[in-house]
Structures are given as structure tokens and as C-alpha cells.
Design a protein around this ligand. Sequence first.
Ligand SMILES: [Zn+2]
Length: 258
Amino acid sequence: MPGVESQTRIKRHLNELGLRSQLRARPRIQGRVLAPAGMFRRLPTSTGLYFPFYHDVLPEYAGDLRRHLQSFKRLGPMVTWDEALEVLAGRRDLSGPMFCLSFDDAHLSWRDVVAPMLRELRVPATFFVTTGLVGQTGNLTWPDLRDLLAQGFQFGSHTVTHQRLADQDDAASLHEIRFSKDRLEQELGVEVRDFAAPYGSLVDYGDREVSAAREAGYRSFASTLRAPMLPGDSPMFIQRQGLHPAWPLWAVRTRVHD
Ligand SMILES: [Zn+2]
């Protein structure tokens, strides 16, 4: 009875998806579920460039984010996106672990929680902005973003509408990549040369997007593949490690490890 069998498989798959999205909605529990796997991993001690990234950092998770950042800082330098690209190009030394931090979307907590902490800890970061979210309820405004820029943070594009680029037709995909860059440059008055694809795995974008980004004038393109990077690796295939501030360090170790 192949029909029944495949129905069972689909049902099981949906249950797994349901469980996964429930876990995403409860990051503390998600962190606890992930943590045992971190027992067999350690935070990096050998040479590699890591790109941990976050989204929203609600005030109740501020202490946890601080613990993550302090752990990274103990292991190696935290550098700007510019400096990380210099490392990939072989123009800057890499010995031991190095970390380059970023944040995605347009969360209010960047202004209220993240930026004050990063300034205090002297940690640089790049904010990848979804331009269509700016000014929407619960998100930052353009003046907020200009203020973050004035504080010394860097900016990249995270599209206009945050849809999966692979689902778009050619014109729409191109628009997401180009128009977000133009808008950010108009509003911030600086050149924007770094791009992070929404969702960022290999089913979410493809060569079409990387070529379009290159033609639009971007110098880097970030995915959410997790491996550490080394000099010589392509800046058009930056591999970032998605983290949630609510996770215990053992869960962080499942994403950021040697
Ligand atoms: Zn995003």
C-alpha cells in the first residue's frame, strides 16, 4: 500500500516541521533541545573565520547575548565586515579563531538592546536591513538606522520584502537585490556593498542571485551555511552561523565550533 506509506511519511514530515516551528517560537526550549548535541562540540580554538548572526534580541535575552559575545571575545578578535573581507582576501592575518558579527531584518531591539551592549563591549557589527520593514510597526525607522550608522556600525542589504529569492521570477529577484541597495544608500548616504539572502540556505537562492548581486555592485553575499571560513574563500559565499540569544552556550557550540 504505497499510498498509505507515503501519506504516513508526509504526516511524519509535517509533524517534524510543526515541532521545528514550535521550537523556533520557544527559543529557550529550542536551546535546551540543541544543547546535548553541543556536548560533542567545542567552541572554536583553531584557525578560522566565523560569522555568527542573530535577529531580534529581546530585553530578557540581553544577559544571554552578553555571555555569547564574551565567550567569543575570549577566543579571538571580533572584527568588522570590512576586516573579515580583508582576511578572506589574504590581506590580513588569521591565526586562531576570529569572529565577525551581524544581525538581520530591522528589529527595534538593535537600537534598544544590541547597540548599547556592543558599544560597551567594543564589538563591531553589521546590520543587514530588509528595507520594506523599515518604519513598519515593531521595526526601526530610517532615523534610527542613521543613528546606528553614526555610532560606527556597518550596513548591508537583506532585500526589500524578505521573500525567498528562489521563489521569485527574474525581475522580482533583481528588484529585491538592486532596489534594497539603492534605498539604503539614499537613506543612509553611504555605499552598501554587502548582501545577505533571506533564509540563506542553498534552496533559498542560487547562482542567479549571486550574479545579480555582483552586477549590482555588491562585494559580498552571505548565506546561512555554517562552516568556518579561511583566506582564499569567496566573499560571494560568506558562511554565517545563525544563533538565538536565548540559547545556552552548549547550543551555540552546535553552530559555532572547530
Ligand atoms: Zn532575515
